[in-house]
Design a protein around this ligand. Structure first.
Ligand code: 13P
Length: 214
């Protein structure tokens, strides 16, 4: 299972969480990664934790102001990027362009979507993975894999119908190992989570709990 910890703009210490991700990754068969804010990418990557960007724009080098270039996040040490997170929604054409920009820079891609219908559209753009995250469950502590299992199974079906090479992740409210196991049982190859780790008093303990049953 892939466990991708999105730090959003939570007021946590990104380096401390990254060190926890690195250390727990070494003790489990699961794959752990962390997605800090763009300005923290370099410091986080220097910890040795697998580092992802939260977003890149559908742009190339040139006259673009205030945007995030895929090559720059790769230079900072990111190996992948989230795209179209529910809190950073893009138009379809911009998701397509951002997937291409990320691939040009050698970044792995996870395109987020709100529901199975959007998952099918996202999978058609050819990312490495898609992630279904019902917005109403994000940040609630109510896990999508237990509260709304149909949305995960339907997302897996929708993606496989379009492109069997696109992996499916799920997220929203995931905070325990049982939530991760439930996600896997529904066909999900990984989870996205944020508050369960970024807001934890002890991120290492939170991560250990997440991967313990894996
Ligand atoms: O948006 C999310 C991960 O990208 C999920 O957030 P929570 O884990 O806080 O519900």
């Amino acid at each position: 299972m892939f466990v991708l910890v999105n730090l959003k703009t939570y007021p946590c210490d990104p380096v401390a969480v990254a060190e926890a991700v690195r250390d727990v990754d070494e003790s489990t068969d699961a794959r752990l990664a962390v997605a800090p804010q763009a300005t923290h990418l370099e410091r986080v990557a220097e910890t040795g934790a697998e580092t992802w960007a939260q977003h890149v724009d559908s742009i190339d080098h040139g006259s673009n102001t205030g945007q995030t270039l895929a090559e720059s996040v790769a230079d900072a040490g990111a190996v992948g990027t989230l795209l179209n997170h529910s809190e950073r929604r893009l138009k379809l054409a911009d998701i397509d362009g951002a997937v291409q920009a990320a691939e040009r820079a050698g970044l792995e891609t996870v395109v987020c979507a709100n529901n199975p219908a959007q998952i099918g559209a996202a999978a058609a753009l050819g990312p490495d993975a898609v992630a279904v995250e019902p917005p109403e469950l994000i940040g609630t502590g109510t896990p999508v894999s237990q509260a709304d299992p149909d949305v995960v199974e339907d997302a897996v079906d929708a993606a496989q119908h379009v492109d069997r090479d696109v992996s499916v992740l799920c997220g929203a409210g995931i905070s325990t190992g049982d939530d991760v196991v439930a996600a896997g049982d529904l066909g999900s190859e990984g989870v996205l989570l944020a508050s369960g780790v970024a807001k934890a008093d002890d991120p290492t303990a939170a991560l250990e709990d997440l991967v313990e049953p894996l």
